[in-house]
Every structure is written in C-alpha cells, then in structure tokens.
Design a protein around this ligand. Structure first.
Ligand SMILES: CC(C)(COP(=O)(O)OP(=O)(O)OC[C@H]1O[C@@H](n2cnc3c(N)ncnc32)[C@H](O)[C@@H]1OP(=O)(O)O)[C@@H](O)C(=O)NCCC(=O)NCCS
Length: 154
C-alpha cells in the first residue's frame, strides 16, 4: 500500500528498521511511556495494521492498530512528528487504516483518547468518530479516557 505524494511521501507497513524512530515518535508525542519491546510486540501482533508515514527518507508518523474482535479494529497508538502536523498526515494514516479494515470485512474502529486531548478528539470527530463512553482512571496518572468509535460503512 502506498498513498500520498507519490514516491516522496507515502504510507507503508512498519519495518523492523523503523523501530527506534517509532519509539521516539511515541514518547515525544504521547503522554504514556512506550518501551522498545512493547512497540516491537505490537508490530508483530498485526503487521498489516501497523502503518508508518514516510516523508522523503524519514518516518514522520505512525499508527499501530489491533484487532479488537472479528469485526472491530482498534487504533492503539497514533502520532505525527510535531514539525509535520496539520498537513494531513494523521488523516491519511487513519483513512488508510480504515480502508484496510473495510477490505478485511470489519464493521467498525474504536480507540481511547485522553479526555483533555482536545486536538486529537476534534481530529477524530472530523474523521467521523463519536464518543461512546468514558473510562475512569484509564491512564497511569489516573486520567480518564473517552472511547471513540466509527462505523466503517459511513
Ligand atoms: C492527533 C494527530 C495525530 C493529528 O495528526 P495531524 O497529522 O496533525 O492531523 P491532520 O493534519 O490530518 O489534521 C489535523 C488538522 O490539520 C488540518 N489539516 C489537514 N490537512 C491540512 C492542510 N493541508 N492544510 C492545513 N490544515 C490541514 C485538519 O483539518 C485538522 O484541523 P484541526 O486541527 O483544525 O481540526 C497529531 O496532532 C499528534 O500526533 N498529536 C499528538 C499525539 C496524539 O495526541 N495522538 C492521538 C492519541 S489518541
């Protein structure tokens, strides 16, 4: 799968050589700590659902997906390098992931987002996700999470 701006900028599957940059992106963008072993394990659980956005010779964003059930996928982690935000990279990663899920016959995608991460909540709302519930004390600092969900046939 390659989408975006031709050979220069595109989405592709994660490769082991991306591990260090993805760990760095996760820990510079997300509030929880994600170790190398955890990211590596995620990349092995569902290799087709672990996408990176390559810009030139750099990986500047990634999305780690998981199968939540036979017909529902889950976005576990999503981050874009702060210097490359607001140019559509996050949207491209989510849309490519949802296309993959639809090709596999999945009906919906869910994710958890920190309730004070307004930028991400608005980002997902634009991508047709809705808040369906709130989980108390979800994060390691006891912050709550919204569960957001999107029906894929929409
Ligand atoms: C949330 C996140 C992944 C969004 O990634 P992104 O690449 O900036 O997202 P996009 O560029 O696709 O869209 C974001 C915004 O840019 C706008 N945008 C998209 N393409 C654009 C373009 N060509 N020109 C100007 N603006 C554009 C979108 O409309 C959206 O606008 P909004 O913020 O006013 O709602 C990114 O902000 C991030 O990594 N945040 C930190 C980690 C995080 O919170 N992850 C989610 C945890 S659940």
């Amino acid at each position: 799968m390659q989408t975006g701006k031709g050979d220069y900028a595109f989405v592709r599957k994660f490769r082991d050589s991306d591990l260090d940059v993805v760990v760095e992106l996760a820990n510079s963008s997300l509030s929880e700590y994600y170790g190398v072993d955890l990211i590596y394990d995620l990349s092995r659980q569902w290799p087709d659902g672990f996408l990176v956005y390559q810009f030139g010779n750099r990986v500047v964003g990634f999305l780690a997906g998981a199968k939540y059930s036979s017909n529902e996928a889950r976005i576990l982690l999503l981050a874009v390098d702060s210097s490359f935000r607001k140019i559509g990279i996050g949207t491209t990663l989510v849309e490519d992931f949802t296309k993959l899920c639809m090709q596999l016959g999945m009906m919906s995608v869910r994710l958890e987002v920190r309730i004070d991460n307004i930028e991400a909540i608005n980002f997902y709302r634009k991508l047709k996700f809705v808040v369906i519930s709130t989980m108390r004390n979800y994060y390691s600092d006891s912050s709550d999470a919204h569960v957001m969900w999107r029906l894929l046939s929409q």
